[in-house]
Design a protein around this ligand. Structure first.
Ligand code: C2E
Ligand code: MG
Ligand code: MG
Length: 691
């Protein structure tokens, strides 16, 4: 048995790696505690046995042969070299280890000292590392951004899959290629920028830029960030590029931005874009003409032929306009069929010449479908800067007012006119104000009494609306009713008054006056209905529904309509008339005599009352005036119509009307319109001494 001194023994005990000493025949002479731990044998189980017991069979078999070959040839395979080999534990499990073997001789006998370093943990770590690397590689390869690395010559040293896919190049073609060769167009600036990133070590570490790169079919806009990397031993100085394909995104943003200020159909500026363009010209000292072109009946075309035909006509109109203008003209497609053009002009002749050309190009028919064509009547409004205003932004509203005046007077073009503009403004104010006043219930109901002239009894009242507006002041119905009549507001107003009157009757008319069994006592409240509303098919239903709701007898109301409505009755007017009269609602012909009507219509119109207009009453004291009223009275009598004279202001007028046999009268002399509730609380016969 070999002797081991104290130091060697201490080394064997302290070593973390397993130490095994064998003789020339492979017999284990020493087996350190760490070897016991590694192989799972106790030293006693190993000492004196062949070292091959610690090896997997295929190595074990050859081990003795290796030893004897070594003694013969002295050519080492492991000794002094070290090798990664496999060990086998007592339990049969195998593990990787690094074996270093040293040879020595004690007392002339060869001995080998083997140091076994367990490689299990190391191998595991290496494996995990390669798995992790593969994972990162996959992430980089498959991420949608383009990733690349460039060397100092700007050659691509790495490119991920997206890089190849987006730019339509194979991986092999990319690696080794200078990146500026992949730029669509001139890549020189790009190249200089990237080179500067290598040069200016400290100041700039990163560059961001959008550049168009060659794609497989068309160019691709890539938003790049290039970053300089710290120099590495393996690759030297490199920069890394991260790119995003923004071609579609940028195209969509560009389109969205374009549409913010432009009309999608014609590509002309829209109103917003146009106003912005105008603002930029404010105060530049030039003369401008703003032309507002509107094509009449365009709305009807949409309605009759569909929106596609409408769009096609707008496009045809826009190309005709384009044929007339150069870049100095700013064009806007403002609404459905309105075009605004801002021209820089020297004098009035320039304007007229342009307008005439515009009218000329718009005059041929516009094509609809394959064969049809349609003519549009163009109306052109013109406003001038600085003549009409020095505030260029105000030109569009002025030109529009001029265009509306054209439409009204059926002229093809017209210059801005301050008076007409003021009228238009007032009309708009009235429309807006009235809409709000109806919605907020800010209108007051007044009543004016109607008297029976033979006994001075009140036979009814006419409901007249009053509007005292916070902003517009006291506005007369004579002004706002005609404005309301032009829109749906007339109908809103009528319905508002109908409900107010029914409410009033149900809540404030004394029950004694609502008793229809005593014919002497009952009375009605007359409601004026705007012309357009009387042809609304839902009017009769609305009235019937509300009569029921407020429990009002239909005979307690009378509807006043002007003769014009009755003279040219459409289907709905006749239907409404017969339905209302069937319900029991009375109908009066208002302002009789003012509509230049033919009397023949009275034959066919079922009405109950005829109201002689004030203008006739005013003339009653003249011979011809008196003759006219007598004629009206006899016509009315022939058609069994009750007659009431409006606007009686003097005792003389009243006296004459009585003498002529007029049934009823209404006017300031008999009673002025007064707030409804107040009027109903003070019903009394007319007191007169003079008549
Ligand atoms: P209208 O229906 O012919 O009403 C008669 C108008 O003559 C009323 O004017 C009334 O105040 C006025 N008047 C009555 N007696 C005299 C008089 O002796 N002398 C003078 N100078 N005028 C007299 P108002 O209230 O200004 O209404 C004007 C028109 O506005 C009405 O003419 C009617 O067509 C319309 N209107 C008034 N209220 C309403 C309403 O509630 N609904 C509708 N749809 N129209 C209304
Ligand atoms: Mg009336
Ligand atoms: Mg009247």
């Amino acid at each position: 048995m070999i002797k081991i001194d104290g130091l060697s023994s201490a080394l064997m005990n302290a070593a973390a790696d397993a130490i095994i000493v064998i003789d020339g025949k492979g017999t284990i002479l020493k087996f350190s505690p760490s070897a016991a731990l590694l192989f799972g044998y106790s030293p006693d189980e190993c000492l004196g046995r062949n070292v091959s017991m610690l090896m997997p069979p295929r190595y074990a078999r050859d081990h003795d042969g290796h030893l004897s070959r070594y003694f013969e040839t002295r050519e080492p395979h492991v000794i002094g070299i070290g090798r990664d080999v496999e060990g086998q534990r007592k339990n049969g499990s195998r593990f990787p280890m690094h074996l270093s073997v040293g040879e020595t001789s004690i007392d002339g006998e060869s001995m080998f000292v083997g140091i076994c370093h367990d490689l299990t943990a190391y191998r595991d770590a290496v494996h995990q590392l390669s798995v992790a690397e593969q994972r990162y590689r996959d992430i980089i390869q498959h991420q949608s951004e383009l990733v690349c690395r460039l060397d100092q010559n700007l050659n691509v040293t790495f490119a991920n899959l997206s890089f190849g896919q987006v730019l339509g190049v194979s991986h092999n073609d990319v690696v080794g290629t200078p990146i500026d060769r992949l730029v669509a167009g001139d890549g020189d600036t790009f190249r200089q920028l990237l080179i500067s990133l290598f040069k200016s070590r400290e100041e700039i570490e990163q560059i961001t830029l959008k550049i168009s790169m060659k794609g497989s079919e068309e160019s691709v806009l890539v938003d790049w960030t290039f970053r300089r990397l710290p120099a590495s031993e393996a690759y030297g100085l490199e920069i890394q590029g991260l790119g995003v394909d923004v071609s579609e995104r940028d195209a969509a943003i560009d389109r969205a931005n374009f549409l913010l200020n432009h009309d999608h159909l014609t590509g002309f500026l829209n109103k917003k874009g146009f106003i912005e363009a105008l603002k930029e010209l404010q105060g530049d000292g030039n003369r401008y003409a703003l032309i507002h072109l509107d094509c009449e009946n365009f709305g009807l075309i949409n309605h009759r032929f569909g929106f596609e035909a409408g769009d096609s006509i707008i496009q045809q109109a826009s190309s005709r306009i384009e044929s007339l203008i150069d870049e100095s003209v700013i064009v806007c497609k403002a609404g459905g069929d309105d075009f605004l053009l801002l021209l820089r002009v020297e004098n009035d002749t320039d304007v007229v010449r342009f307008v005439e050309k515009l009218l000329e190009v718009m005059s041929p028919g516009f094509v609809i479908g394959e064969t049809s064509s349609i003519n549009l009547q163009p109306f052109i409004g013109i406003a001038l800067c600085p003549e009409d205003t020095t505030t260029i932004e105000r030109l569009p509203e002025m030109a529009e007012a001029a265009m509306l005046s054209c439409q009204k007077h059926q002229r093809s073009y017209s210059y801005f006119d301050e008076t007409y503009h003021a009228e238009l403004r007032r009309k708009l104010d009235l429309e807006q104000g009235l809409r709000a006043a109806i919605a907020e219930d800010r209108l007051s109901l007044y009543l004016q009494p109607k008297y029976e002239l033979k006994n001075w009894n009140v036979v009814g009242y006419e409901a007249l609306i009053r509007w005292d507006d916070t902003l517009l002041g006291d506005v007369s119905p004579g002004e706002f009713i005609p404005v309301a009549e032009q829109t749906v507001l007339g109908q809103h107003l009528d319905r508002y008054v109908i409900v107010k009157v029914l409410e009033l009757i149900s809540q404030h008319l004394p029950p004694s006056l609502r008793d229809f069994d005593s014919a002497e006592q009952h009375m009605h409240i007359a409601i004026n209905i705007t012309a357009k509303h009387f042809s609304d098919p839902s009017l009769a239903d609305f009235i019937a529904e509300n009569l029921r709701r407020y429990r009002v007898d239909p005979r307690e109301i009378c509807l006043e309509v002007t003769e014009g409505v009755l003279m040219t009755p459409g289907e709905n007017v006749s239907e409404n008339l017969s339905r209302l009269r069937a319900l029991g609602v009375e109908v009066a012909i208002d302002d009789f005599g003012t509509g230049y009507s033919s009397l023949s219509y009275l034959k066919s119109i079922p009405a109950d009352e005829l109201k002689i207009d004030k203008s006739f009453v005013d003339d009653i004291e003249t011979h011809s005036g008196a003759t006219l009223i007598r004629a009206i009275l006899s016509v009315a009598k022939a058609f069994h119509l009750r007659v009431i004279a409006e606007g009686i202001e003097t005792e003389a007028q009243l006296k004459l009307l009585r003498e002529m046999g007029c049934d009823c009268g209404q006017g300031y002399l008999l009673g002025r319109p007064a707030p409804a509730e107040k009027m109903l609380n003070a019903i009394r016969p007319f007191e007169t001494t003079k008549v």
